[in-house]
Design a protein around this ligand. Structure first.
Ligand code: AHR
Length: 499
């Protein structure tokens, strides 16, 4: 039997909606063909779009209330020169996307197009600057171009390019993976560079930037220590406000990740075990941050997470296109429960990547678009956006040595309680007894639920069967006195609502 205790709220810790953020890079068919058809007259004529941005995609992302979008990379960010992506499109220089397939990037999707996309989505932009091959001046001018309202070289250039109002972009990444593709730096060298770049990324007007330093590669605790020691300055306003963390769920070795769709139970459990590693990483990096910042002023920003499998057969290996099954839905549920439970420290997270790359929520093929099982988990968990965290303790059965059940809970502004649960067991349903401390469950309470599950672990949506895995009503709940009993079907993600 599994037992979950949902405790009383512990102050006002909110689960930031930004935990449900996204990441979209100039990689494969994420931007081009995913969001943007503005450079392809044939596609633009057949796919309904607004100023080159696909309407079906913006509508789907608005439904899950996408809170922020990180761009332009990823590894691409440290090779990207933003001035190549402004001004008349036909005059923009081309470049080679050396990281991702060696294809020619025509720069038709640049700063104005990205910020138009964010406005159409109703989300906050998160721009990642170029530290690896750029300059302090280049990043400083990008901030001025986006955010300065007065008369200045960059603000005037922005106006000349058709935008009078500044966008007031708040979130800025100072480089990406600078320990690897972003310059192969040591922690010490990067920390010094971060300080330089951060000084000249100025606040204009009322905007106060949230500067996110490149953080560790999974369990590189030395990196976190150095960054906190050298780049976090308490109440500085000018230095590190956020520290990123990148961790991908990769079952097996890099060369033996396996297919996204054709996998067995062994791979399923290997994947789940790897997904749970996020808990340990957040815990340990958080403990280091606590040493320097016990008041949790700085945020941990998990700005790349998700599954990474082999590319689909017949696709460009540099495009990282993978399908998305019920297995990905469980990985998403496990991650969201971890992020919600560490909401004191985690201020943002970004799944890699929104469309047609790695653990995508949307796949496109020409005029068609489908939502993946991961999309439906984002949809289910949107009830936690900006809700007050309710701490949970979970006493779970295990399957193959891994906890079967994970959970997180929150209370929204209307007083509704939402409890999310995952069951990774492929064979057995899991009965869960849920106690709520500090709340009286009267018989008139309304309890409802939503579920994502499927018959087979490999089930997924295709362009021919787009609703094979979808969000459905969950009915396996009953109240007995002050105990809520839920029976979680095998391989499912569930969210309960108590109103
Ligand atoms: O998401 C794909 C790549 O993974 C990103 O470009 C990089 O930051 C990470 O290594």
């Amino acid at each position: 039997m599994n037992r979950i205790v949902v405790k009383e709220r512990d102050g006002d810790v909110k689960i930031s909606r930004h935990i449900y953020g996204h990441f979209s890079e100039h990689l494969g068919r994420c931007i081009y063909g995913g969001y943007w058809v503005g450079n392809d007259p044939e596609a633009a004529a057949s796919i309904p779009n607004t100023r080159g941005i696909r309407n079906d995609v913006t509508a789907a992302l608005r439904r899950i209330k996408i809170p922020n979008l990180r761009w332009p990379g990823g590894c691409f960010a440290d090779e990207y020169h933003w001035r190549d992506g402004i001004g008349p499109r036909e005059e923009r220089p081309r470049m080679v996307n050396t990281h991702w397939g060696g294809v020619t990037e025509d720069n038709s999707f640049g700063t104005h197009e990205f910020l138009d996309l964010c406005e159409q989505l109703g989300c906050e932009p998160y721009i990642c600057g170029n530290v690896g091959s750029g300059t302090v001046q280049e990043l400083s001018q990008w901030v001025e171009y986006c955010n300065f309202d007065g008369v200045s070289p960059m603000a005037d250039l922005r106006r000349k390019n058709g935008r009078s109002e500044p966008w007031n972009v708040r979130y800025w990444g100072i480089g990406n993976e600078n320990w690897g593709c972003g310059g192969n730096m040591t922690a010490e060298f990067y920390a010094d560079n971060f300080r330089r770049y951060a000084v000249y990324a100025r606040n204009y007007g009322k905007s106060s930037l949230y500067k996110i330093a490149c953080g560790p590669n999974s369990a590189d605790y030395h990196w976190t220590k150095v960054l906190m020691e050298k780049a976090y300055v308490k109440n500085s306003g000018g230095m590190l406000q956020g520290l990123s963390l990148h961790y991908y769920t990769i079952p097996g070795e890099w060369t033996k990740k396996g297919s996204a769709v054709e996998f067995d139970e062994k791979k399923w459990f290997e994947t789940m075990e790897k997904a749970y590693v996020m808990d340990e990483l957040v815990h340990k990096h958080g403990a280091i941050m606590d040493e320097y910042d016990p008041g949790k002023e700085a945020g941990l920003v998990v700005d790349e997470w998700g599954t990474w499998f082999d590319v689909e057969k017949g696709t460009n290996p540099g495009f990282l296109y993978q399908q998305n099954t019920l297995r990905d839905a469980l990985v998403a549920g496990i991650h969201f429960n971890i992020f919600n439970n560490y909401a004191e420290r985690i201020r943002m997270a970004n799944i890699a990547q929104t469309i047609n790359v790695l653990q995508s929520v949307i796949l496109t093929e020409g005029t068609k678009m489908i939502c993946t099982p991961t999309y439906h988990v984002f949809d289910m968990y949107k009830v936690h956006h900006d809700a007050v965290k309710l701490p949970v303790s979970v006493d779970s059965e295990t399957v193959n040595g891994i906890p079967s059940v994970s959970s997180s809970a929150s209370m929204d502004k209307d007083g509704k309680i939402h409890i999310s649960l995952t069951n990774i067991d492929t064979e057995r349903e899991q009965p869960v007894k849920i106690e709520l401390h500090g709340y009286i469950l009267s018989p008139s309470i309304q309890v409802r639920g939503k579920i994502v599950t499927a018959e087979h672990i490999q089930d997924h949506n295709t362009f021919a069967r787009e609703d094979n895995v979808a969000l459905k009503e969950f009915t396996g709940i009953s109240l007995s006195g002050q105990i809520l009993n839920a029976v979680l079907p095998a391989k499912s993600v569930v969210t309960l609502e108590l109103a």
